[in-house]
Structures are given as structure tokens and as C-alpha cells.
Design a protein around this ligand. Structure first.
Ligand SMILES: [Zn+2]
Length: 447
């Protein structure tokens, strides 16, 4: 039996008010899985791309579905038509913000090849549709567009090029159409007990500081709730513990780069080389710290003669708090997205590690060597005296100021302010390094 690989990339089917690329993918899975001659090579991939692109809807997510087709049983054209008709029927074609694109490839990417490099570029910087069309031609992708604009090809091709080093899973459940836009009906208590029961292998269910439930989105999109976790089993077990109080149209488990920090490059960049909308890591010395109106902390960072502002906004909570403890001379590594602010490139910080904490010494009155009481300061160059024993001492005591910062610790915003790609603290040390031990579990989608 000779099978043909089919790698399908889909993006930009959604707008702010309607539709969702993952929902389209879940419906395609329902149509294709179980069909004679079709074998799924992996879970559908939910591929989050550069979160700094300003015109993208919500989370900037695209999808890749990878299957093997036995053409003696089902024709490739028939498979492609199932995909295209599903996209057509579920996309929000009336919105000026959606530009659905679908790419078909007869290969899967390999680490380091052109397709995979293209994914990494779209994940971390801004790439134009013209470049994407050029790469599509070079890798032999056929592209379909449902509208005249070709913007969607960037994400569609990038998702087809995704190779995950680290990855997680998300089980997404969807509402029936009649309920779109209505308040989401799920039993809140069941979410809290689910979180307690499976918290080791799931993440971002609840914001621990506020108790806010994070598994439900807030928009008009079809998602009822989504559960993020380390394995397909974990998200499925968690899903069964949540009591939905409205009808679920369908659900599907995705493999995803969410919660992996994949958008950050492998190495820090020279400050002089950062570009608008890039996701970057920079290292440098704190030159200046300002706390501006609203409590936002602005740090001026210097490295090799170049300087850049890093903004730690109030919603980043504990991350902002850590930045407020920085002092000139400290060395830090800042992770974030590059934005332009008043004509200057500024890094909107998403994470920080303190590399060196500059020692700060302060002078204080010494303790009396006889009775141990704190001596009295007699004023400039007069020294100190113990008021009980009359013992006099000339030199002040030098003490190290407690800095309240931890070297090497990843300072992050609270869970409620995480981006899809943000790696939560509880995932540190659980990175998968490309190792894949998870085959399909018996039920990974419904219906
Ligand atoms: Zn004394």
C-alpha cells in the first residue's frame, strides 16, 4: 500500500465576532477521521504565531492537519474538497478581517528545512504574504484562497511548517450555533474541583490570585471552553470533570505550541538588531528606572553602547513588581515583544530573569561591643556612642541591603495575563525536547 502524505495548513478563517480556525479544524477532523483510506499522522496542530502582529484576531492561531491518504481508496481531490467545503461553510466571509487561506503539501517539515525555518520566522517576526507565496512555490505547496486577499497564506504555510520541540495539548469544546454570543453555561464549582484533581498535568485553568476561571473565552466565538495540559490523557480526564450546562456541538484534542515560550528565539539579540513586532530576548545593564503614571515600570537597558526601553505594564503584576525592585547596575535578561512608542522601539516585557544583582551597601550605627545595643550617631565625623556604657566607636557598620530579587528566577505575569505562548511556571523542567511518547488515545474527538 502506498500512501500519500497530505499536510493541510489553514489560517484566517475567523474574525473578531465569529468563527474560529480551530473550530473549522475540529469539523474537518470529524469529516475525515474514520474514512476508509485516511490515517491521521498526529493530532491536529494548533499553531500559535507571532503574538505581536497588531491586526491579528485574538490569539493569532493557525492549524495544520497531517494525514496519510491511500489513493486506491479515496482520491486526493475528494479529500481536498472535504477540507475546502468545510472551511467555506464555517468561515466568516463577510468580515473584512478574515482572509481564509488553505495550503496543501505532500510532505511534512523536517527540522531546519525551508518550511520549518519559515514557521520559525512567522512565529517570531513579521513576514509578508509576498514572501510566503515565494516559499510556498519553493516547497511545492498549493494554496487556495476564499477571498481576493492572500494575507492568510502566511499563517497557513507557517502552521504546515511547524515542528514542535516542546509542546502541550488543548482540548477545545464548541457550542451549538444558537448559543453563540450568549453567556457560557458551565458549572463553576466543577471547574474548581477539576483544577484540584488534575492540576499536576494541566495549566491555566484558574488564576490563583483572583480565582478567575480561565478555561472559557469571552468573545462571540464558538469555543465553550478549552483545557490545556501536558498529555492527551490529562486534558481528556479534565474535560470529563467539567460539567457543561449547555450543549456541546463537538470537541477535539489539539497538539500545540501553547505554553512553551516558542516565540522567543534561542539566543539573546543585540539591541541594535531588534525590529518592530519581533519577539526578542535582550540582555543588558539597567541604566535607569522610572515608575510612570498607572504604576508602569520603564527600564532603560544598555548593552554594547546600544540602549532600549523595556516596559513592564501594571497588568503584568509580579513581573512589574520585580522590575520595580531593579536598580542601576543590575544585569537582566528581558523577554518580550517589540513595539513602537513615540517613535522609539520599546520592548513590552513578558518575562525577566535577573542575571546579576548589584550589591548595595548602606552605613548604619554600629552595635555596642559591650552591651550589644545600637549606638547613637553623634553627627558628621563625630562617630557613635553607646548611651548606656559610654563606649565610643568611630566607624559605622556597613550592611548589605536586602534586594528582594532572585537571581535566575523567571519572573512572569500572573496566569490571567498570560499569552497563549507564555510558558507557565509549573511547566519549567517539563519541556518535552521533541520526545513524543503520546499516541492517539481511544477518543480524541467528538463526534
Ligand atoms: Zn553599651
Amino acid at each position: 500500500m502506498v500512501e500519500t502524505l497530505l499536510n493541510i495548513g489553514i489560517d484566517d478563517t475567523d474574525s473578531e465576532v465569529f468563527g474560529c480556525t480551530t473550530h473549522v479544524a475540529a469539523r474537518i477532523v470529524v469529516h475525515l477521521d474514520g474514512k476508509d483510506g485516511i490515517r491521521f499522522l498526529d493530532y491536529p496542530l494548533l499553531v500559535r504565531l507571532n503574538p505581536n502582529i497588531p491586526w491579528k484576531t485574538r490569539g493569532n492561531g493557525a492549524v495544520s492537519i497531517r494525514i496519510a491518504v491511500d489513493e486506491s481508496k479515496i482520491g486526493l481531490d475528494e479529500v481536498k474538497e472535504i477540507v475546502l467545503s468545510t472551511v467555506r461553510s464555517l468561515s466568516d466571509l463577510n468580515s473584512p478581517r478574515s482572509d481564509p487561506a488553505i495550503v496543501f503539501l505532500n510532505r511534512v517539515p523536517q527540522k531546519g528545512d525551508l518550511l520549518h525555518s519559515f514557521y520559525l520566522r512567522v512565529l517570531r517576526s513579521m513576514v509578508s504574504p509576498i514572501e510566503a507565496l515565494d516559499v510556498a512555490e519553493k516547497v511545492g505547496a498549493s494554496c487556495s484562497f476564499l477571498k481576493t486577499s492572500k494575507v492568510g497564506v502566511v499563517g497557513a504555510l507557517a502552521s504546515a511548517g511547524a515542528v514542535f520541540d516542546d509542546y502541550t495539548y488543548e482540548l477545545l469544546s464548541y457550542r451549538v450555533k444558537e448559543n453563540y454570543g450568549k453567556p457560557r453555561m458551565i458549572d463553576r464549582e466543577s471547574v474548581y474541583s477539576m483544577d484540584k484533581a488534575v492540576s499536576d498535568n494541566t495549566f491555566n485553568n484558574i488564576d490563583p490570585e483572583t480565582g478567575r476561571i480561565l478555561i472559557t473565552p469571552h468573545g462571540r466565538d464558538p469555543v465553550l471552553f478549552g483545557i490545556r495540559g501536558e498529555t492527551p490523557q490529562a486534558v481528556y480526564e479534565a474535560f470529563k470533570l467539567v460539567k457543561a450546562e449547555e450543549e456541546i456541538e463537538c470537541w477535539c484534542i489539539f497538539k500545540t505550541n501553547q505554553g512553551t515560550d516558542a516565540h522567543f528565539p534561542d539566543k539573546p539579540l543585540a539591541i541594535g538588531n531588534i525590529k518592530k513586532y519581533d519577539s526578542v530576548i535582550v540582555e543588558g545593564e539597567v541604566v535607569e528606572k522610572r515608575i510612570i503614571q498607572g504604576g508602569h515600570v520603564i527600564i532603560l537597558l544598555s548593552q554594547g553602547g546600544e540602549r532600549v526601553f523595556c516596559a513592564f505594564y501594571s497588568p503584568t503584576g509580579s513581573l512589574r513588581k520585580a522590575a520595580s525592585e531593579l536598580e542601576p547596575g543590575d544585569l537582566v535578561r528581558v523577554y518580550g515583544g517589540v513595539k513602537e512608542h513615540k517613535g522609539l522601539l520599546t520592548i513590552n516585557a513578558e518575562k525577566m530573569e535577573v542575571l546579576e544583582i548589584r550589591e548595595r551597601l548602606v552605613k548604619t550605627s554600629p552595635l555596642c561591643p559591650k552591651c550589644g545595643r545600637r549606638c547613637k550617631n553623634l553627627g558628621l565625623r563625630q562617630g557613635f556612642i553607646c548611651e548606656r556604657c559610654q563606649e565610643s566607636i568611630m566607624e559605622p557598620q556597613i550592611i548589605k541591603l536586602e534586594r528582594g530579587l532572585r537571581k535566575g528566577f523567571p519572573y512572569l505575569p500572573p496566569e490571567r495575563a498570560h499569552r497563549h505562548l507564555t510558558k507557565p511556571l509549573k511547566r519549567y523542567g517539563r519541556e518535552k525536547h521533541g520526545f513524543d511518547a503520546n499516541g492517539f488515545i481511544s477518543q480524541w474527538h467528538f463526534p
